[in-house]
Design a protein around this ligand. Structure first.
Ligand SMILES: Nc1ncnc2c1ncn2[C@@H]1O[C@H](COP(=O)(O)OP(=O)(O)O)[C@@H](O)[C@H]1O
Ligand code: SF4
Ligand SMILES: [Mg+2]
Length: 368
């Protein structure tokens, strides 16, 4: 059941229920097309942008699912649709067993207590005319009664301190902060209603590498302390590794490979994942020496006219005729241990073992 939207908050230090294998969120065959309109006034429908084209996954309590793929592959559309900021074209999503797409307006508001989102550009999502304290307390105005007025200032102080900012920052405006600090404010606001899930849409993509690490470490700490689940979106595989339990790789509106973090980084079986991993920037020259960089030729195909069969076939060095005739489903057809949407899925171990080591080295460097 969704929580009562007016149920009082628990102390911020209270650990939530332990992670479990019971899915908190279940997404089934989610589709989102943006129609292109008609050609002329009476003309034919011009087709649609197939932003998300049949995506299924589950998210458990306390877990992080990394969602990775090039810009335009549909990551933010998934996030916005699950948050009910956009209507899906078809498909289903269940949050704590409840049909997300059948919720009334009032129930969507109640859902915000359970599911929150943070964005790539925290500045755009923070009202420049409001002081930070008001921004963080704003959800308590919408969900009235959960934090009594006289306790709000104390709760804001606690939230600010929880995200590593001094309580006095409540009296300052968003423009007075750096990008990393603004993202901390965005996180504090997302925590204000004590959600079970936060969808993090490229939360560190606009930040310097050292600040990225601080924000990722903060999110990881909060997860441990509060039992949060995250969908962590990024276009760079090296960013999600540190925080993800599982990783889903997306290409042109679909998940092409999904598995636990270790499998995806050390034994990727889809050529697209292998190419993305080979392009991860490595700080360690030793790692760089040993790897085979896979350079993808050509542009990402149009989501209006995706290729027949496998959507990756126009850039894939392994493509054969079956790849244009038959769309490969996400399945573990050769018992590699995790599903991959490729007719010829096979682990790419040699080129990635070194990479995996170097990516770990990079995340260790990020920790400092
Ligand atoms: N509101 C919209 N109207 C039309 N097309 C959109 C809209 N939002 C996103 N798109 C298109 O849908 C595709 C997926 O976009 P998006 O989900 O933002 O990708 P990502 O977050 O992976 O970069 C892109 O081709 C994008 O141009
Ligand atoms: S199905 Fe074919 S084109 Fe698609 S990734 Fe596999 S080998 Fe390449
Ligand atoms: Mg996006």
């Amino acid at each position: 059941m969704l929580a009562d939207s007016n149920e009082p908050l628990k102390p911020l230090t209270a650990k939530r229920e332990e992670s479990s294998t019971e899915p908190l969120l279940k997404v089934e065959d989610l589709v989102k097309y943006y129609p292109l309109g008609r050609q002329g006034f009476f003309g034919a429908q011009r087709g649609a942008i197939k932003a998300v084209d049949g995506v299924s996954f589950e998210l458990c309590r306390g877990e992080t699912l990394g969602l990775v793929g090039e810009t335009g592959c549909g990551k933010s559309t998934i996030a916005r649709t699950l948050m009910r900021l956009e209507e899906p074209t078809s498909g289903a999503a269940y949050f704590k067993g409840r049909d997300l797409f059948a919720l009334s307006k009032a129930a969507i508001q109640a859902l915000r207590r359970e599911m929150q989102m943070i964005f790539q550009d925290p500045f755009a999502s923070l009202n420049p005319r409001m002081k930070v304290g008001q921004i963080i307390a704003e959800p308590w105005v919408v969900h009235s009664g959960i934090v009594p007025k006289e306790e709000q200032s104390q709760q804001v102080s606690e939230l600010l301190e929880r995200v590593g900012l001094p309580a006095s920052d409540a009296y300052r405006f968003p423009h007075e902060f750096s990008g990393g600090q603004r993202q901390r404010i965005g996180i504090a606001r997302a925590l204000a209603l004590q959600p079970d899930v936060i969808i993090c849409d490229e939360p560190v993509s606009a930040l310097d590498v050292s600040v990225q690490a601080q924000v990722i470490n903060l999110l990881a700490e909060l997860q441990t302390d509060l039992g949060l689940a995250y969908i962590f979106i990024a276009h760079d595989l090296s960013v999600v590794r540190h925080i993800s339990d599982r990783v889903a790789v997306m290409h042109l509106g679909r998940i092409v490979e999904i598995g636990n973090e270790h499998e995806i980084y050390t034994r990727p079986t889809h050529p697209y994942t292998q190419a993305l991993l080979s392009a991860v920037p490595l700080p360690d020259p030793e790692g760089r020496k040993g790897r085979n960089r896979i350079v993808l030729e050509g542009e990402m195909p149009s989501p209006i006219y995706p290729p027949s069969g496998c959507s990756f076939r126009t850039r894939c060095w392994k493509a054969e005729s079956i790849c244009s005739e038959d769309r490969p489903q996400l399945a573990d057809r050769f018992n590699h241990g995790h599903p991959s949407a490729c007719h010829f899925a096979e682990p790419h171990i040699l080129a990635t073992e070194k990479m995996a080591g170097s990516i770990s080295a990079q995340t260790i460097a990020l920790d400092r």
